[in-house]
Design a protein around this ligand. Sequence first.
Ligand code: XBP
Ligand code: MG
Length: 267
Amino acid sequence: MTELNTLIFDVDGTLAENERDAHLVAFNETFAEYNLDWHWSPEFYGELLAVTGGKERIKFYLDKYRPDYPRPDNLEAFIAELHKNKTVRYNDMLARRPIPLRPGVHRLLEEARREGLRLAIATTTSLKNVTTLLEYSLAPEAIEWFEVIAAGDMITAKKPAPDIYHYALKQLRLKGEQCLAIEDSKNGIRAAMGANIPTLITVSDYTRHEYFTGALLVLNHLGEPDQPFTVLAGNAGEARYVDVALLHRLFNDQSSKLKFGRLITVH
Ligand code: XBP
Ligand code: MG
């Protein structure tokens, strides 16, 4: 029987709720600095999140919502410049005012390390954003906890394409079937499952309405002993928070993968 070898974590929405209060703020500050009349509201940003990757998101916004905007000669370079500015702002923000990790994230990472599971990251966001989040919100040396950090432009086709997971698997020298991914979005689970990686979902503010076909389990968060999770779809047995034992159980019994991954129980 294949054994669970490695946990692969998504970042935005999974490790922290950082889209509205950090990424979005940084995008809007950059637009203001460049005197652009682009201001994304939190609701509108939810629509834009359909496209992963900050540069790709700006391009999508212009194509779909701002055909009136006079394009500079080198649009790609202009978007890259805006995105660089946004990334600096985002990192300053995370260092000045660290974003808390979601319930259960720190505990599960510590337990996984103790239990000998390998750890990796597969994300759409830029590498610097990951290392700053880990350093300031988890622990100064936390970057070293992860054997592989697959991020941003290391690949061209971002989630929902499976490429970032294939990239991580190649570095880990593993098959998808030996890993378990933890994701928060439909784009994320499509990417992970596209690389044959069984996936557990903890929904985030922007993704709780999505469908997670094929998920092992859909939860509101990973939970803590004094802050149990809510099961949104699937069967967690007696468990009240995600620990390594529950992950092994889910991994070893994948027959119960969700047909639709839609919300079936909301307490
Ligand atoms: C989430 C994303 C990212 C961030 C912005 O990635 O789609 O694009 O919103 O980051 P994931 P950048 O859930 O895969 O972690 O601006 O650095 O692209
Ligand atoms: Mg995510």
